[in-house]
Structure formats: C-alpha cells, structure tokens
Design a protein around this ligand. Sequence first.
Ligand code: ARG
Length: 471
Amino acid sequence: MKDDKDTIENTRSDKLWGGRFSEKTAASVEAFTASIHYDSRLYRHDIAGSRVHARMLAKQGLISEAECDSILDGLEAIEHEIDSGNFEFRPELEDIHMNIEKALVEKIGAAGEKLHTGRSRNDQVALDLRLYLREVCGWFQELLSDVQKALVLLARKYENAVMPGYTHLQSAQPVRVAHHLLAYYEMFRRDKDRLADCFKRINVMPLGSAALAGTGLPIDREFVARELGFPAVTANSMDTVGDRDFAVEFLADCALIQMHLSRMSEELVLWSSQEFAFIEIADRFCTGSSIMPQKKNPDVPELIRGKSGRVVGHLMAMLTILKGLPLTYNRDLQEDKEPVFDTVDTISQCLSITAEMLTGLKFNTDTLADATRTGFMTATDLADYLVLKNIPFRQAHSIVGKTVAYCIDKGKQLEELSLEELHQFSQSIEEDVYSVLSVQGSVDSRQSAGGTSARTVSEALRLAEEALGIE
Ligand code: ARG
C-alpha cells in the first residue's frame, strides 16, 4: 500500500504560503498571478528593505545576532547573483519578494525562515515601490535639468534672434527666440518642483504596517525608517497597505512632463516643415522615407508626441485601479507596477533624447526675421503708441484695425505707410512712430517683468544659468 503521508506531500501546495492548501496551484493561475517578470526590477530595493528589517529584528531580540548575520550574508550573495545575471527567477514563486525569500531559505536554511517575522508582503511591496520612486524622483530632476541646460544654451546662442510669437497659431507679436525657448525652461522648472513635492509623500516609511493592522510583535519602525533614510513612518497601517496615492501623483507629474515634451516636439515638427523652415534638426536625429528620396522626417519629436498616449494612459490606469478598492490591500494593487515602470522608461528615454536633440538644433535666423515682417505683428505697438498720445485704448484698437485693413487692401506692411497715409487714421501719429513699427523696436519695448525685451530676457537667462550652474 502506498504511504499516505507520501501521497499527501505530493499533492500539497509547495508555496511559502501553502500550509492550508490541499492541492497545488493550477499552472494557469501561477502564470496569471505572477509578477516576477516585471517586479524583479525591485530586487535591490527589496533586499535593502530586508537588510534593515533583519537588523531591526535582531536589535529587538526577535532573532539572534547569528541569525541576522546569516540573513545578511545570504541577502548579499543573492544580490550578487541577481546583479551578475546568475539568479534564476521562478514564476511559480509569484513575485520578487518570494523569489528572494525562497532563495534565502534554500541558501541559509532555518534563519531565512525568520526574515518575514512581523512583516507582510503588503507592507513590503509598499516599501519597495517607495524606495524605487524615491530614486526615480531624483534621477528625473537631473534629466529635466539636462533638458533645461540644452534650452538655456540654445537661448543664449540665439539671444537676439527674433521670431513670430503666435496665438491661435496666427502670427501675433514678434518675440525673441530665447524668450520662446525659456518658456519651456519654466515648464520644466515647475516639473522639477512637482517631483520634489511628490517626493515628500513618497518619502514616508510603510514597513511595520504588516498585513493591514500592524503587528503584536515588538518591532521598531522608527529604527527602520532612520536606517533607510525616511524622515517619518506612515500613521495608519490600513491606509498604508492600500495607499498608492504617491504613485498616482508620480504618474500625474510624469504626464505633465510628457505633455510639456510633447508640446515642444509639436513645435519642432512644425518648425522643421518646409512651410515654416524655422529650424534644422540635425540629420542624426532624423530618418528618411523608404519611398520618397527627398524626405527627412522628424521622427524623434513625433515619437515623443506619440508616447504621450501611453504616459497619460498609465495615469488613467492607476486611478481606475484604485477607484473601487475597499480597504485595505487587494491584489489589484499588483497592477500598479507596469504603468509605473513603463512611465519611468518612457520619460527617461524622452528626456534624454530631447536634451541630445536640442544640442543639435539650428535656427534659421533670416527666415525667422523675415517671418516677423509679415502679418502686421507690430499692430499692438501702434495701438500702445496711440495710448501714450492719450487716445483711449479701445479707440486706438479701432484706429489700428482700420489701418491694417487699409494695408491689406494696398498690399503694404505697416512700416511701409507714409506719414500722410497714417494721418488718414489719426492725426496724433508723428515721425517717431517708425521706431515703434520696427520689429526690433517692438520686441525691445516689452520690458514688463517676464516680457521679451533684450533687458528682461537677458535677466531671465542670467537667472536660469545661475540656477543650473552654467558658467
Ligand atoms: N506581488 C504583490 C504586489 O505587487 C505583492 C503583495 C502580495 N500580497 C498578497 N497578499 N498577495 O502587490
């Protein structure tokens, strides 16, 4: 007769959590629930958390010093194996937490089985994700600075070049090229501020919340927080294991970064078209057509623009995952990682390549200057001139409107009108009007704070260079 015990052992679950299970997990379920193919990315953070957790357990007398040493040695060896690509990740062990724990037990035996004391994967995964995003926030701030530097260098190079400024994509008023570029510098500055703010909420230590209710074991959360460089521990264990607000915030900040990159990309695509011909994107950042030999396509900014789809989508995914979840941890939360990781990969690629591409950008300053001489872009200056001659702005607006209509009719630009022609519209116009109607005069008159004059732009450039440490 077959040994009863043997039969039971063969059919029982061999999972770390398998004690109460009487049959093995279906292969389809193992495949469906596994996250190791993406959360292996968190191994360094998982090990960092486990190291401190083990030291805390020893300090609190929950494991012996010898057991702690053995755990630390085991974790060290596992980290090396993963670093060098010699670790075998096993999907049947679900996730990074259990892959590492199982490997530890196999390596060091009984002491390894004590590592999970006073801890749950629910607070463990929250810790790993926070440790990971804490790093990414710093990294992205640096990448954003690289893009800003490229923008500021370009702005300095083209400090005095002028170009049409647009509203409704209709020529509106002439501006400095540098002023336009520094507009993006400001967007990326806000993006950095937002990441710094998000970092504050990421930077709170969740471990010790255990499964959901805390633990009866005498753990020391403050010690773990201190050792891992967190200024505080989370306040409510139930909130902690179900909270992914910090991930939503991070994804929202990334969506804004990508939206800014996308707007800039759209301009690069537009400006590099034959119709605009404002810029040249270096050949090494463009691709050709397989059928049209003359083509040079701006695929890089197009792809950056296109990748907004996935980044915005990941934010929506994260909010949708969370919106109906009852407290506390639910397995749905495992779906947080792929949106976060893909966002990190996308944003890091897009920021790096943008910084690189900007360095190879050339502005066609003559074309830009020519473009400012059509479209009556100094019309507002003429209205402001009349205001300074004591004509109420609404009347001035109407006078200039009629003058522009006259120009369209005669096929002339404003500065081509003689004083006699101008007098048809207002007797207040004098010889000094021509400096106002010139593009340079217009641009340099805009000295209000944040305006496009030589003085204000030069000051903005100086501040930007100082902030970025550019000599
Ligand atoms: N892989 C899981 C996740 O990413 C880890 C936590 C699992 N917890 C659990 N009780 N099944 O969310």
